[in-house]
Design a protein around this ligand. Structure first.
Ligand code: CMC
Length: 466
């Protein structure tokens, strides 16, 4: 049953968004009905290390650590953050509340929530990183590379956090409009950001950097989007929610309550997802006692791939390639014949319908009609979904995943496909940072093994004799 705190929140939502709450709840009902007979999966109890498990290629089945942050029930198609069902969080909560929940392990009380959102808002409007970012040719960079650059710049700014801001600006950034990278003084690195000598990180300094990353990834993402389209970045509007601000800073228009609610749900849905590739990459870096900015940089890099967060961009390309519902059958036959990966389908853990795709599918339907081109893509997606479920779904349990419908929604919200993985990162940073904090409390460096299957006893031959 939904938590009472979450229910209270629902009353404050705008009237026009109540339909969306209803859609999320009916998606929940469907999900529970369809998989009620599936057995409960294993591994929801504390482990007695060392453990035995069967590991497949790509670490399939391997258990990396214990976590209280979130749980993916792949057999039943359920996703849980800190004990709360994702359907309830989407129906009643907000991204800010979910980010707090992931980081702190419980829902915030009103004054905690106010303090948290105030901090996020303050960190969002820090201009130094944005200015520094603008001294690079951002519009020529791959957008995810630009985001990583932004995170590195945030890190550099953090190193200078004990200097006052004015000094930072004059030291580090040529602030005038003609600034070029060469004008930036070389500065090196005075000291490491964090010394993970004890568990302090997880309590004080660390949490602030998590807030910093959650806040500023949105500003940096929006700035990259603006610069790519030849516009100057916009300052955030502190009166707006995180979701509304993200859309406002990207498009220059304040979203409608429905657009804001849809964006908010997208952010909630992407915030955490078990030991996925980018979360694992983030944790691997954190486990070496590197710092959280480097760790999140690794997460962004892993997220970029088309098998992970880059998939929704590929989905839009695929739907555009199909171009018309009439071409679908032939396109799909060819795809099957050529053993082509159908982007936006399949998952390592879900062997039932991905709950995130259930919600996003209905939101895509709601918003796609805004634009005939997007409506056409949505119609193609519906037919493709039917085809895949009746073929690959039956035989290999391949169903739509979170990336199948998110691109249609982002397109309808005015976001260009190259920016989709960055929107994923804006949300997933909550899960990355929450899990880093959690992992570091009992840190042990990740160090699996590979099995050497190469030759032995090779005789060294000098170059001129090879
Ligand atoms: N299209 C066609 N066949 C598929 C697909 C797909 N999208 N996904 C899985 N299969 C088949 C695959 O060919 C294999 O068949 P067989 O056993 O006959 O060789 C079987 O299903 C199992 O697939 P797998 O490759 O062993 O699965 P995996 O766990 O290694 O890979 C995946 C998971 C997500 C990388 C994969 O399903 C895929 O490539 N999907 C397309 C890309 C995509 O949509 N990625 C987003 C994932 S969800 C968001 C996120 O968390 O990043």
């Amino acid at each position: 049953m939904p938590n009472r705190d979450l229910k209270t929140k629902s009353r404050s939502l705008h009237l026009s968004t109540q339909k969306i709450t209803g859609m999320v709840l009916s998606a929940k009902e469907k999900a529970y009905k369809e998989t009620s007979s599936e057995p409960e999966p294993e591994f929801t109890k504390k482990l007695d290390w060392p453990i035995q498990c069967t590991v497949g290629p790509g670490l399939e089945g391997a258990i990396a650590c214990e976590s209280e942050t979130g749980y993916v029930n792949g057999a039943k198609g359920l996703l849980i953050y800190r004990g709360y069902d994702i359907f309830d969080l989407c129906a009643y909560s907000s991204f800010e509340e979910v980010a707090y929940l992931l980081l702190h392990g419980r829902l915030p009380r009103q004054e905690e929530f106010n303090k948290f959102t105030k901090k996020i808002s303050e960190y969002q409007s820090l201009i130094e990183v944005k200015r520094l970012l603008m001294s690079f040719p951002v519009e020529e960079l791959n957008p995810m590379a630009a985001l990583r650059l932004g995170v590195n710049l945030m890190r550099q700014k953090q190193i200078y956090r004990e200097k006052d801001d004015a000094e930072f600006i004059s030291d580090v950034i040529a602030t005038d409009e003609d600034s070029i990278p060469m004008e930036t003084k070389p500065m090196g690195e005075k000291r490491p950001i964090y010394e993970f000598v004890d568990k302090q990180f997880a309590r004080s300094e660390g949490i602030d950097s998590c807030y910093h990353l959650i806040a500023e990834l949105a500003t940096i993402t929006a700035s990259i989007s603006r610069l790519r389209s030849g516009h100057l970045p916009l300052e955030p509007d502190p009166s707006l929610s995180h979701a509304a601000n993200l859309l406002y800073m990207i498009t220059g228009k304040r979203p409608t309550p429905v657009e804001e609610r849809i964006m908010d749900i997208c952010l909630i849905l992407h915030a955490d997802h078990g030991m996925n590739a980018s979360t694992f990459a983030t944790l691997v870096v954190a486990s070496t006692l590197s710092d959280i900015y480097f760790s999140v940089g690794a997460g962004i890099a892993a997220l970029n791939g088309p098998l992970h967060g880059g998939a929704n961009e590929q989905v839009i390309r695929m739907l555009k390639e199909i171009a018309d519902t009439e071409n679908l059958k032939l396109w799909y036959e060819n795809a099957l014949k050529n053993k082509k990966r159908i982007m936006g389908f399949g998952h390592r853990v879900y062997k039932a319908y991905d709950p995130r795709a259930r919600i996003l599918g209905s939101l895509a339907k709601l918003i796609a009609h805004k634009n005939p081109e997007i409506e056409n893509l949505f119609r193609i997606s519906q037919l493709l979904e039917k085809e895949v479920i009746s073929t690959l779904g039956k035989v290999k349990k391949v169903f739509p995943n979170v990336d199948f419908f998110s691109g249609i929604i982002y397109s309808a919200l005015g976001i260009e496909p190259e920016m989709f993985p960055l929107i994923f990162a804006v949300s997933r940073v909550a899960g990355w940072t929450a899990r880093v904090l959690e992992y570091l409390k009992h840190n042990r460096i990740f160090r699996p093994r590979s099995i050497y299957i190469g030759p032995f006893n090779q005789q060294y031959v000098p170059m001129e004799k090879r």
